[in-house]
Design a protein around this ligand. Structure first.
Ligand code: MG
Ligand code: ZN
Length: 221
């Protein structure tokens, strides 16, 4: 019974996601869905990413959190249009669904956007199950988390197109085995591009930015 209901929710979501995808294609907007557990450094990573991409790419952000506008306030300092979604208003969902993205997109001038980044709700489980009509997905994992997160949450790592290993500036102070983390990622998703970065120091951003720029250009050309 419960499985049937879940399937219906996902079917409805898939239809809405296709509508979003069509709209984003018509408007020539590339959509990146960024996911992670809470506290991995998504917002700081995106702040730095936006600084590098602008003004060559016209960017905007949709941020999902259950409560608060803290992340939207931080991202707005980058000077890009930011729409905050509080899923608390939609029943407290722990993920962003396609219909929520559709609503948030109405608050943006899509004609004036090349890259729309969606910072999903911090959660490694259900955001991976909800197609929002995006073009690519990135998962952020920080080196303060367990190396085996990819083994514990395989769907997330299977569904994403690239992975960011963040907070590498902390490696000297941790017993973290970055090669082991990489192995766990590649076990569930062979050939996944993995970018080691420090959103704090800015180290390692170029390969990540190159990957993202190429993806965006492939759609917009
Ligand atoms: Mg955040
Ligand atoms: Zn959820």
């Amino acid at each position: 019974m419960e499985i049937k209901i879940v399937r219906k929710v996902l079917d409805v979501n898939a239809k809405m996601a296709e509508q979003n995808r069509k709209l984003f294609s018509e408007k020539k907007v590339f959509v990146l869905n960024v996911m992670s557990s809470p506290g991995s450094g998504k917002t700081t990573t995106l702040q730095k990413t936006l600084l590098h991409l602008m003004p060559d790419l016209k960017c905007a952000v949709i941020v999902g959190d259950i409560c608060t506008t803290n992340d939207a306030d931080r991202l707005a300092t980058s000077g890009v249009p930011v729409v905050q979604i509080n899923t608390g208003d939609f029943g407290g969902d722990c993920h962003l669904a396609a219909h929520v993205i559709e609503k948030a997109a109405l608050d943006l001038n899509l004609d004036d956007i090349d890259l729309l980044i969606v910072e999903n709700v911090g959660n490694l489980v259900c955001p991976a199950e909800f197609d929002i009509g995006e073009d690519a997905r990135t998962v952020v994992l920080s080196v303060t988390e367990g190396e085996d997160k990819p083994a514990k949450y395989p769907l997330m790592f299977r569904e994403c197109d690239s992975a960011i290993l963040n907070k590498i500036d902390l490696l000297p102070y941790l017993d973290y085995d970055i090669e082991l983390a990489r192995k766990y990622i590649l076990d569930v998703h062979p050939d996944m591009p993995i970018f080691d970065i420090s959103a704090k120091t800015g180290e390692g951003f170029e390969p990540w930015l190159a990957w993202l720029r190429k993806k965006v250009q492939q759609k917009l050309i």
